[in-house]
Design a protein around this ligand. Sequence first.
Ligand code: 4AD
Ligand code: MG
Length: 431
Amino acid sequence: MKEISIIDSKNYVGEQVLLNGWIANKRSSGKIAFLELRDGTAFFQGVVIKSEVGEKLFDLATHLSQETSVKIQGTIQEDARSKFGYEIHVESIEVVGESEDYPITPKDHGTNFLMDNRHLWLRSSKQHASMLIRNEMIRATYEFFNKENFIKIDPPILTGNAAENTTDLFHIDYFEDDAFLSQSGQLYLEAGAMAFDKVFSFGPTFRAEKSSTRRHLTEFWMIEGEMAFMHQDDSLEIQEQYVAYLVQSVLDNCDYALDVLERDRELLEQYTKLPYPRISYDEAVEMLQKNDFDVEWGVDFGSPEETFIANQFDQPVFIVNYPKAIKPFYMKKHPERDDIVLCADLIAPEGYGEVIGGSEREVDYETLKQQIVDFGLDLEDYQWYLDTRRYGAVPLSGFGLGLERAVAWITGSKHIRESIPFPRLINRLTP
Ligand code: 4AD
Ligand code: MG
């Protein structure tokens, strides 16, 4: 008899199969029991009919506690009433592992309780579906960058200098020295681009920001791209193609998870349409001021401002050319204006905020050196980085996409903590 996964059950209608899984929930009347089964690929229903299976098996089925692991034998049938469309008519059940007093019951629990039990909460259908979408976005990321001939470079996680700013760094003891956890692999990717032309990285990054918003994690995964001989306008095209590719891949390959999450596919379809609109920071400020936001030119936007701007468009929107003073040291100055830099943030729709930050890099040796000094950084730490400008400097542009921000947006989850298996927040290091 064939051992199958729930997600593949449509291919086995009418066939007798074996399933390995867990009892997510159950209900029964005197004659029929419904087992909600999960096996890691999906959830669906097992039907146990007393008159067919006999007293003993029916009794076992009705006494299975939540999260008992089981091996089930039965026949797959179509089930037009359920969203999933298929169910299994159970013929035998073997208990593999008992489960007593599973803490997460079908009743409502507070988020804190669920987060304390994150290791178990991951088994729940919506959490499970979000992780399936995250997995697809990871898969599609590698596919996209491979297709576009990017070489993957893995930057270090232990670093000796700041990549973004000095305030958000996690310090750690490193033998007799200090080290920092990487905020971004960018500086290493720039060196990589000088060796391999187009490079990308995908790894954990760390920010010691004291922000406890629904958009901030202290540890998150970033996908960064860096391209040699490339200016900012061409970089924006790669960024929008990448984001549209992520959304399209989820639409193509995550039917089950999108159903579970009840995500609006029409909205997602919108986000695959290119190009994405671009507005300048100046225009954004004007737009906000006209709509009674109390913003002055020069400030960074908060989440209400970003959400308002995003709501003016049907797709993600690039805000380009921010003030130099609020962006990191490595960004290239605008050729005609000293007060702005060649950069862009991609703002996601529906209030999810910035999903990508990127820029053209300053590649003039003297200018970059001055900017390092002006930002109060120690020139000594950046000598290796300056080498990329000493030997055959070329135009460089790149960007970083925050995976969890993108997952939160595409899954439609309210809080970023549900878009990573084990979130690290200011006040949470466990489980
Ligand atoms: O805008 P950021 O800080 O840009 C960089 O780190 C550049 N060095 C990237 C590059 O050009 N190679 O971060 C990039 C993205 C943000 O747009 C956001 O999506 C995400 O990383 N991000 C966070 N995600 C979750 N929690 C946080 N605390 C985040 N900080 C940034
Ligand atoms: Mg940013």
